[in-house]
Design a protein around this ligand. Sequence first.
Ligand SMILES: *Cc1c(COP(=O)(O)O)cnc(C)c1O
Length: 372
Amino acid sequence: MHTQKIPLVDLHAQYLAYQTEFDEAISRCLASTSFIGGPDHKAFTQEFANFCGGGYVALCGNGTDALYLTLLELLGKGDGTGEVITVSHTFIATAEAISLAGYRPVFVDIDSETYEMDISQLEPAITSKTKAILPVHLYGQMVPMDQLMDIAHRHHLVVIEDAAQAHGATWQGKGPGQWGDAACFSFYPGKNLGAWGDGGAVFTRDPNLASRIQMRANHGRTEKYEHAFEGVNSRLDGLQAAILRVKLRYLSQWNQARRQIAQWYDELLTGLPGVQIPVIAKEAESVFHLYVIQIDRRDQVLEELQKNGIGAGIHYPLPLHEQPAYAYLGLTPEALPVTHRIAQRILSLPIYPEMTNSQVQTVVEQLAEISQ
Ligand SMILES: *Cc1c(COP(=O)(O)O)cnc(C)c1O
């Protein structure tokens, strides 16, 4: 079958649409040779804080470091016995940051409809060793943060939000970092706000926390060769800041476009046998980092789609608790039954702001044909 190729994410379309602005921003950055720090880094720090609803931002080298540096700052370096509660249904970086900071990841199951952390599983997972809760706002939808914060307050726990897929998302009208102690973002190229390389940020309402994390990301520096404490080298490049400043101006518009595309999919997919469309909670406004359906015979469908040039994917095929990397936790696949079952049925369909209605139709037509 010959159809037009539709990738999972089309970064080239976005580059072409804003090429003049990117070229101008890059030339300006190059002319001032502001490769580390500099005016774009400073301006983006402020602009991203404004985007997050007003507060403070520390920029760093990637989203994994954003989580790691925040954990270190809020909990101190752990000795491996303290626990941080998160989900197994996420990208490995979430759990890696926990281990790297010296804590043990404790996985709870997800809600079978939204695929977000199941809040009813949270309290039973809290022990005397629990130090923090690390909710993941997966696929662009936020976790029920009002309920999560009630539990965190009752148990005096730190809350760090993994918002790597949720720039601009809200729960009851408030975004990541307006609930917990801090929210951590990734600017990996394919994220809703993506750099042309790696990048990350921490947003918090606490100015002191933001400034400590910004220092920790730059060798604990106060002056060029004066160090208040030991940190790491995890800086956002000046060039990446220049590119991200251009993109930030369009982020709300792009998120709106993603919601429109999701609505087209919803309408076209409703009633298709064996397909379950995404469920977004009433209190949530999703930014649809991914559009994830459940489908029967998932693996065959995925293979057929890819053969026909449709860039579908799975996020994520093997839950963390079933990964060799976490065998030491001693969890069976069935220890998290919803996570285990969902991982075999989920399928991410192409979505990016420049995607057209006719491209959405093509994807759905293919899907309908294959899944018959
Ligand atoms: C992308 C991602 C990260 C890690 O971000 P990097 O910038 O790639 O280090 C962490 N958590 C989730 C849920 C992600 O999707």
